[in-house]
Design a protein. Structure first.
Length: 238
């Protein structure tokens, strides 16, 4: 006897949950967990003293956040295995630098690079896939685009730190281009707070910071507001 429509739906839903390894509640919370991980990484990088073992903690957090981004977006197993290998290598390199007493070594910088370069496209694909499959805006999608907003700020912070380290001093008035200072400047620029206590020293820095401010504002008034507006409309109609 063939199952009815409800039976087919139940079987398909059960198969989907079994394949993904998550309950519907866990599926809704995936980007929420990722958002918590991204914010935790941001906080630790901004607060931690740039010591050798603090660098290991930061590298581990960055690697874990990248893996969580892949898990939240249901990337292919091959990509997840590659991410695990890369994350493990970064953490091993950070531990090696800590044992050698090296501070501000390349391990944490490579971890930052992998996170800000690989996580955003993975999250975008996952959010778009979620919107297409559900045919509606969910709180999961909103959490996903908020993760992207934080990663934009971290990306610009990485660019500022790279310029300061490999080209010329990025900040005026002899402000050190540490990770915490770059994050502070990046997010005050992204949110257009602009306290003015830290400023860029060159025309390149001025242009990049202006671009970041524009990117942050355009992103909020288009992507975030569009999804939040549709989420509210959907809940009102329900």
């Amino acid at each position: 006897m063939l199952p009815g429509r409800q039976g087919v739906t139940a079987i398909a839903t059960h198969s989907l949950i079994k394949d993904s390894g998550a309950t519907p509640s866990e599926s809704r919370e995936r980007y929420g967990l990722l958002l918590v991980a991204v914010l935790t990484t941001f906080a630790v990088e901004g607060i931690a003293h740039p010591g050798p073992w603090e660098q290991v903690i930061v590298a581990a957090l960055l690697a874990a956040t990248l893996l969580l981004a892949g898990w939240a977006s249901d990337v292919r197993p091959l990509a997840m295995r590659a991410s695990v290998i890369v994350g493990a290598l970064v953490v091993i390199a950070a531990v090696s630098e800590a044992l050698a007493g090296t501070t501000d070594g390349p391990a944490s910088r490579f971890a930052n690079l992998f996170l800000v370069m690989l996580a955003p496209p993975v999250i975008v694909l996952g959010v778009v896939r979620s919107l297409r499959s559900r045919n509606r805006v969910t709180i999961q999608a909103v959490f996903g685009v908020l993760c992207l907003y934080i990663l934009i700020g971290m990306f610009f912070a990485f660019v500022y730190a790279a310029i300061d380290r490999y080209a010329h001093p990025f900040f005026a008035e002899q402000v050190a281009g540490t990770v915490s200072n770059c994050l502070y400047f990046s997010f005050t620029t992204l949110t257009t707070v602009g306290y003015g206590d830290v400023t860029a020293a060159t025309n390149l820095g001025h242009t990049l910071s202006s671009l970041e401010g524009l990117t942050g504002q355009i992103y909020l008034v288009t992507v975030v507001s569009l999804l939040v507006g549709n989420l509210r409309a959907r809940r009102s109609s329900d």
